[in-house]
Design a protein around this ligand. Structure first.
Ligand SMILES: C[S@@+](CC[C@H](N)C(=O)[O-])C[C@H]1O[C@@H](n2cnc3c(N)ncnc32)[C@H](O)[C@@H]1O
Length: 399
């Protein structure tokens, strides 16, 4: 009885849409006004002490192993929790414990490999053919297909750099390599990519060979902190600073600045949080160990402290919401194959992750920003308007 009183209070305050909750004794109650859109079914009670320790971990784990079922749209339910300031997602009372974070070179390697080395065969099932794993750019609104939108994102980034053929580019956290290989093939740049994932490194190495780009493209299995004194004309880093950790973020931007020539341009693209930086219990425990989403102003402060000058900033949150929705559709279209490959708990975990991230963008809890920067006020002067970013590029200029 005590347990149910707690649940009733906890759940009736958590969402800004009406929900029906079916309890372990088979009885249902509806909270909120109007017709319920989602039914949360507790097949058994999640212990109150787990919920009060970290509700997102406790409920996430219960969803993963099937103690909780959700009938209706999971993204809509989680968005409703993000949009409710009193919900357990925001309430410090339910976030007393966070998994420990370490960001040494060794810890970063283990963390990154635990996520990306799930395997290229897994990612191939639900990413598009560019194997890009970051926010796409839907040039024509939401109608573009993901493959086109990922290519457009890469062009959008590279065009912002105003690149000159023959110049050099470093891509920190190059993933499966589409940005760096496009920079080489289409823009004639001499490119270096770094990743900590063995699977990505093997994939990009093969791509460089297959495309005959060995003379202008190289990939390294290295931590971004281990690149020595070398400098590049352009530095890009897409969907990567979220791995760096709060305590290393200032140094990360200083490294970006250090790797740039005096005349260099950097485009750093990543997730920020409106209300200040945060770790997320369940995501940190199961999806991105070591992940940290910085606050927007925290990032800007680090950029300024590193001595860089911001030339342009573009928030793309609705593009990331759309990207995640397409990934989740693709994921569910391949659900059987994924369950066979990774097991049912992993599949439920990953589906929850994609929905939770889409909800976080949808509610505006997080955003994704492209920061375009030069090396201080005396660095390169970019064109005075944004027009140059949208001018069509010539076809392949590959040397
Ligand atoms: C979300 S993926 C993005 C990949 C790619 N930029 C894209 O847009 O598809 C993050 C990338 O950052 C890399 N990464 C994370 N921490 C790193 C580190 N300390 N040093 C080098 N690469 C790192 C990962 O290996 C992965 O390639």
């Amino acid at each position: 009885m005590l347990e149910k009183t707690f649940y009733k209070q906890f759940l009736s305050n958590s969402f800004n849409i009406p929900v029906t909750v079916t309890y372990w004794d088979g009885k249902s109650e509806t909270y909120g006004e109007g017709a319920p859109q989602v039914n949360i079914i507790f097949k058994e009670a999640v212990p109150i002490k787990e919920i009060t320790k970290n509700a997102s971990i406790a409920l996430g784990e219960a969803y993963m192993d099937g103690r909780i079922e959700i009938k209706g749209d999971i993204q809509e339910l989680i968005t409703a929790a993000y949009e409710n300031a009193d919900s357990f997602i925001h309430n410090k009372k339910f976030i007393k414990f966070l998994p420990k974070q370490k960001h040494s070179e060794k810890a970063s390697k283990e963390d990154v490999q635990s996520h990306y080395d799930v395997g290229n065969d897994f990612y191939r099932l639900w990413l598009d053919d560019t194997m890009t794993y970051s926010c796409a750019y839907f040039t024509n609104g939401n109608t573009d297909d993901l493959f086109q939108a990922q290519q457009d994102k890469v062009d959008h980034i590279l065009q912002k750099l105003n690149p000159k053929a023959g110049n050099t580019l470093l891509d920190i956290g190059c993933g499966w390599g589409t940005l760096m290989l496009t920079a080489a093939e289409k823009y004639g740049l001499r490119v270096t990519g770094v990743t900590l994932s063995q699977e990505q490194f093997d994939y990009v190495t093969q791509q460089i060979k297959d495309k005959g780009l060995e003379h202008i493209a190289e990939v390294k299995l290295l931590d971004y902190r281990e690149l020595g004194d070398r400098q590049w004309d352009y530095v890009t880093s897409v969907g990567m600073f979220e791995h760096v950790g709060e305590e290393n973020l200032g140094e990360y931007f200083k490294d970006v600045n250090r790797y740039l020539t005096d005349d260099g341009v950097a485009l750093i693209h990543g997730i920020t949080r409106q209300q200040g930086g945060a770790y997320n219990g369940w995501i940190n425990k199961y999806i991105f160990p070591g992940g940290y989403v910085p606050g927007l102003t925290e990032n800007i402060q680090h950029i300024v402290d590193a001595g860089m000058q911001i030339s342009d900033m573009e928030p793309l949150r609705r593009h990331y919401q759309r990207t995640l929705e397409i990934w989740d559709d693709n994921f569910n279209a391949k659900r059987q194959a994924i369950e066979k490959m990774q097991g049912i708990n992993f599949t439920r975990m990953w589906d929850l992750y994609l929905n939770a991230c889409a909800a976080s963008f949808e509610s505006g809890n997080i955003d994704v920003i492209q920061f375009l920067m030069t090396k201080g006020p005396s660095g390169r002067v970019l064109p005075i308007t944004r027009d140059y970013m949208y001018e069509a590029q010539s076809e392949t200029v590959h040397e």
